[in-house]
Design a protein. Structure first.
Length: 283
C-alpha cells in the first residue's frame, strides 16, 4: 500500500531487525578488511572489532553506488509510495550526492533526500523518530519538517577509547595519538551545525566521560524546556560499560524510548574498538 517509506544509511548501526519492525529500509555501505569486501549488514561488528585489535590491517569503507541508490529508491516507490531518505552528513562522504543523483534520475517519483548533518547513533535516532511519525500517517512533507525540527533538539556525544585508529586512518597525526596515549586522554566528540565532527571535551576515564554527558544532557533539557528524552546508546565492543551507561541514563532522566546497539562497522573502522556514545533527543 502506498504511503511514506523511510530509508537510511546502514552506517547508523541500527540492527536490521529493529529497522524491519519500524518499516525502515537500510541501504548498505561496504567494508573491505583482510582482502574481502562485504556489505556492512553482512558483517558481525563485534567480530570485526576484535579482529582489529590484533591486526595491523586497517579496514576501508565505501558508500553505496549510484546503481544501489537507483535500485533501492525504485523498489520503494514502485507502488506509488513516497520516500524520505535520511542521509548522513554530506561532509563525510559522497553518499548524499549519490542519493540525490539517483533521485533526479527517477523523475516522477516522490523521493526526498535529507541531510541531517550528523551520522552514527544520532542519525539512527532521527531515522527511528521519522519512521514512527510516518507510521502515524504523516505526509512526506510533514516527515521532512519533523526531522529537520527534531535534529535541532538532538545531540550525540562519543567517547573514544584510543586515538590510534584515527591516526592509522590518517585523520589525525600519529604524534597526536602517541601524546594522547601517554597522557591517557579520551577525546569526546560531537557534530556541529555544519555536520562536521568537532571536539567537545577530553576526559581520562570512561566514568568521567559519562559524567560529562550527564551534565550536558541536563543543560540541553533545560535549554529546550524539556523533561524527557529519546535515547540511543551504542558501543564498539564495550557492551559491559554500555550497560552501565544505560543504567545511569535511566536513573538520571525520564526516558521515553531507549534503544541500544553496536556501532556500525563503517563507523567503527574509523574510530576503533572500545568507543561508545550516547545520542539523545529532547522531547
Amino acid at each position: 500500500m502506498a504511503g511514506v517509506r523511510i530509508l537510511a544509511c546502514s552506517e547508523t548501526g541500527m540492527p536490521q531487525e529493529l529497522a524491519e519492525s519500524l518499516g525502515i529500509t537500510l541501504v548498505p555501505y561496504y567494508v573491505t578488511f583482510l582482502g574481502e569486501t562485504r556489505e556492512e549488514l553482512d558483517i558481525d561488528p563485534v567480530e570485526l572489532y576484535r579482529s582489529m585489535r590484533s591486526s595491523t590491517d586497517m579496514p576501508t569503507t565505501a558508500h553505496p553506488s549510484l546503481d544501489d541508490y537507483r535500485r533501492f529508491f525504485r523498489d520503494a516507490t514502485d507502488d506509488g509510495s513516497s520516500v524520505v531518505y535520511i542521509s548522513l552528513s554530506a561532509s563525510y562522504s559522497n553518499a548524499y550526492e549519490m542519493a540525490n543523483l539517483a533521485r533526479e534520475e527517477l523523475e516522477g517519483r516522490d523521493i526526498r533526500v535529507v541531510d541531517v548533518h550528523c551520522a552514527t547513533a544520532e542519525q539512527g535516532l532521527l531515522t527511528i523518530l521519522a519512521a514512527q511519525f510516518a507510521q502515524d500517517g504523516a505526509s512526506a512533507d510533514e516527515v521532512v519538517a519533523f526531522v529537520e525540527e527534531a535534529s535541532m533538539r538532538t545531540r550525540v556525544l562519543i567517547v573514544f577509547e584510543t586515538l590510534k585508529y584515527l591516526a592509522r586512518g590518517g585523520r589525525i597525526h600519529k604524534a597526536q595519538s602517541l601524546l594522547g596515549s601517554i597522557m591517557r586522554i579520551k577525546p569526546v566528540l560531537t557534530y556541529n551545525e555544519e555536520g562536521m565532527t568537532e571536539p567537545f571535551g577530553r576526559v581520562r576515564t570512561a566514568p568521567q566521560g559519562l559524567d560529562l554527558i550527564v551534565r550536558q544532557i541536563t543543560k540541553d533539557l533545560e535549554a529546550h524546556s524539556s523533561d524527557r528524552l529519546n535515547v540511543v546508546i551504542d558501543d564498539a565492543d564495550a557492551r559491559e560499560w554500555a550497560e552501565k551507561v544505560r543504567e545511569r541514563i535511566q536513573q538520571e532522566f525520564t526516558v521515553s524510548q531507549l534503544w541500544q546497539w553496536t556501532v556500525s562497522p563503517i563507523v567503527g573502522s574509523h574510530i576503533g574498538p572500545g568507543a561508545w556514545g550516547v545520542a539523545y533527543h529532547c522531547v
